[in-house]
Design a protein around this ligand. Structure first.
Ligand code: UGA
Length: 478
């Protein structure tokens, strides 16, 4: 029963549900104020909702309440301060306050990879739902946004049924999110689709009312936001399937990069050429160091683990290969470094002791300070283990990187990192690196060797400035 309809068409279900709190618009809470929940809380306040953000982390909540976003996301600081000022946005560490305030409660907590295997750790979901459900005293809708294994929504519904008072008839829905770090504000205000996994017309209408700001904004801009109304299992799968597809697309082009390396072809031209086919498309076809972050890597692993449990492990066996291709790219940079520095690549890896390597980029992608499962940081660690002196610079991720990988050196500026370096490795495609002047950097470096692990530099310009350049999946230009 999947129906898709544009935002400006009338719903099949009654649109006019009254929020149980008696407020004219549903009052929204977001449990978990990490990258996901904080962005949602702030953006929904911006759309005019009364919003309460919740986290068990007191320091995080104190920062947010003081107008400081605890992570780097372009545009979010301004929106936070603006909406705190309107009084529509507040933050708390009290479950009681959340239960008293909200009509629709969004669960936005993390679901990291479990320490003992590939599966997702659902303990944060469990504690958020438990903490909330037992304090609810009137009807409400609990909506899962966290990325979860299929079947979790049913489990949450069972928990809610057991813990909340029966007369409150609390309901559950699932509505996955698709925001990308670095573009999170835009992705929340202007999503390319919304998914409603629901079991009742009340839940569907309530979820619609909770997203009406998104549809109204779309209407003023003459856009449509497709809604897919579906069951719990499909809604949960939409998210993991989308991330599995994106990861597969990246690993596909990185597999092509391996073939290009062996055959002398250029993967950047190959990607451009196949991307012109609208059935393939040119997005997410950038070969390089592969995917990282808190989502794609752990999501494809948890998806495989869940498929195994469901007895369809074979169907997702290719995701194991996707993971392996992705991880292989990291070692390729070390191999290239050894080649460029003319040190033999022995069975225990190359010995690069006595050499200085500038690592440009620590975050898993630009415009973020997130270093979780960052390919750049992983390579910095590997280079450090070759005996080289590794000096890392990142425009936003230094504090997180230093905590995560304390045993390399960190520089405060790009120039400091490159000074006296025998090799420069560009591992995250920050604009600052793409626009850097290779002539000026050549004056600072001890050796003019550069590995462009994100294929983001202008090869010809760097070569003209005297650098020996190596990209990923590209022939060496002389
Ligand atoms: C990803 C998805 O893109 C979002 O839709 C999803 O909502 C989110 O995960 C999530 O599950 O919450 P994000 O982790 O912010 O978003 O990052 P992406 O933009 O997808 O990039 C992931 C990694 O792939 C980065 O390390 C990036 O450098 C790499 N990548 C991306 C490539 O190597 N090549 C490409 O062509 C594109």
């Amino acid at each position: 029963m999947t129906i898709a309809y544009p935002s400006n068409q009338s719903l099949q279900t009654p649109l006019t549900v009254s929020p149980p709190s008696g407020a004219p618009r549903p009052r929204l809470t977001f449990l978990g104020t990490g990258y996901l929940g904080a962005t949602y809380a702030i953006c929904f306040a911006e759309m005019g909702y009364d919003v309460l953000g919740f986290d068990i982390d007191e320091a995080k909540i104190a920062k947010l309440a003081a107008g400081e976003v605890p992570f780097h996301e372009p545009g979010l600081d301004e929106l936070l301060r603006k909406n705190l000022g309107t009084g529509r946005l507040r933050f708390t560490t009290s479950y009681d306050e959340v239960a008293d305030f909200g009509d629709v409660h969004f669960i936005c907590v993390g679901t990291p990879q479990r320490a003992d295997g590939l599966a997702a750790d659902l303990s944060y979901v469990e504690s958020a739902v438990t903490g909330l459900a037992q304090r609810l005293h009137r009807k409400a809708l609990i909506v899962g946004k966290s990325t979860v294994p299929v079947g979790t929504a049913e489990w949450v519904e069972d928990m809610v049924r057991r813990l909340s008072p029966p007369e409150a008839t609390v309901e559950v829905a699932w509505s996955p999110e698709f925001l990308q770090e670095g573009f999170a504000v835009e992705d929340v205000l202007r999503p390319n689709r919304v998914i409603f996994g629901v079991k009742s017309e009340w839940a569907q209408a309530m979820l619609y009312a909770a997203h009406k700001g998104v549809f109204d904004l779309a209407q003023t801009e003459d856009r449509e936001v497709p809604i897919v109304v579906t069951d719990f299992a499909t809604a949960e799968l939409v998210k993991v399937a989308a991330n599995a597809f994106l990861a597969t697309k990246i690993s596909f082009i990185n597999a092509m990069a391996e073939v290009c390396e062996a055959s002398g072809a250029d993967v950047t031209q190959l990607a451009r050429a196949i991307g012109y086919d609208p059935r393939i498309g040119n997005k997410f076809l950038r070969a390089g160091l592969g995917f990282g972050g808190a989502c794609l890597p752990k999501d494809i692993r948890a998806f495989q683990a869940r498929a195994q449990e469901l007895g369809v492990g074979e169907a997702l066996r290719f995701l194991h290969e996707v993971d392996l291709i992705n991880i292989r790219r990291r070692q390729r940079v070390v191999q290239l470094a050894a080649e460029l520095l003319e040190r033999p690549n022995g069975p225990a890896g190359p010995d690069l002791s006595g050499l200085r390597i500038a690592v440009l980029g620590a975050t898993f992608k630009p415009n973020s300070d997130d270093v979780r499962d960052s390919p750049a940081l992983s390579v910095a660690g590997k280079l450090g283990r070759t005996g080289a002196t590794v000096v890392v610079y990142d425009p936003e991720g230094l504090a997180n990187a230093e905590r995560e990988l304390p045993d390399v050196h960190y520089a405060k500026t790009l120039s400091d990192a490159v000074s006296r370096a025998d090799l420069v490795c560009v591992l995250t495609e920050w604009e600052e690196f793409r626009n850097a002047d290779p002539v000026a950097l050549a004056e600072l470096a001890a050796g003019r060797r550069v590995i462009d692990a994100r294929n983001c530099l202008d090869q010809a310009v760097w070569v003209r400035a005297g650098w020996v350049y190596r990209g990923m999946g590209r022939p060496a230009l002389t």
